[in-house]
Design a protein around this ligand. Sequence first.
Ligand SMILES: [Mg+2]
Length: 409
Amino acid sequence: MPMGGPWRAALVGVLPVDRIIMHVDMNAFFASVEQQADPSLRGRPVLVSGDPQGRSVVSAASYEARPFGVRAGMPLVTARRLCPGAVIVRARHREYARVSHQILAILRTYTPLVEPYSIDEAFLDLTGCEKVSGPPREAALAIKRAIHAATGLTCSIGIAPNRFLAKMASDLQKPDGLVVLESSDVPRLLWPLPVTRLFGVGEKTAERLRSLGIVTIGALAQMPAALLQQRLGPGAGRLVELAWGRDVTPVESEGAGAKSISHEVTLPVDTADESRLQELVLDMSDRVARRVRRAGLQGRTVEIKLRNAKFQTIVRSRTLDGPTQLSEDIYAACLKLLDQHWDRSPVRLVGVSLSQLTGAGHGQLHFPDGRERQRKLAAVTDAIRERFGEDSLVRARLLSPRKPEGEPS
Ligand SMILES: [Mg+2]
């Protein structure tokens, strides 16, 4: 695609002007909600678990339990052994969702640009909101007070010029933190940290970096981008950008006003492997569908975005017969689009989006028999993922053996 006309205009739109981005992260969310509900649990190690009797895992550990080495995701048996004095509480997900909505409603009084990131995290874009919300640090203190007054809970807040740094900032002080991170703080505060702490960098990429002898974020920042790209593929340039604290990802609010809900990834290594692409598209269809359901929406137009190694981007869409909030429908449409429009050249970025969004009130969606079952299954899947995290359920398709990334097919 030539770099003129509307494409150029779109690029100007994402230039990193001074933005004020905030990341709000609730502290030990499920466990703290339980400690608020039952004062006898306060000050004591609390483990929240789906099924306290069965062979379950810890979905949340209170701060009192953490010095014992207990972490979310750990088998309950192990956690009990490490911290025999812990009180084990059965998870109440409806209650956590209710409190989460209460918190989001508070955040939306500071800016309309609120992006729920998980049940206990959100990004806010406060750029231009100073007249309403005050200087960022004041706004953060007010938000902490308002959340505490309404729910009794504490949170850690990061404020920075972009989304990536805001997330890194909230991570620096827990619990009940408030960290303002400027780009100039990056060498002092982020560079000593291990690459595993980089937000948005998966375990696999971190492993590849470590195999190149890059252990800290600082070491990554000092890597010549060209050399890293030679080893890991063109996508690796983004890693160096992150190590310098540069990120232009926008904060995207959801709800009735949203035009589309999308998810995209830049691959650490370009790929021309069709099954790998299909896996990525399935994973993203899942994520998009889940966000659509969480926002109480359904959508009719499925769009796929592919960017090749030369930074040429194509966007192609299909409009479905009716609106959907199921990943199966989104995935099926994406596969057809891939089939028709992908020229088999190596891909560096893949995106999936659903647009023409409308509200999905109860009773508005009519599925033929099998589809009603799929819809119920999707609701169960969502609940499990909120409880145990993103990787708790992996579709069989994603587990199939495949060639390592970057190998020519
Ligand atoms: Mg949290």
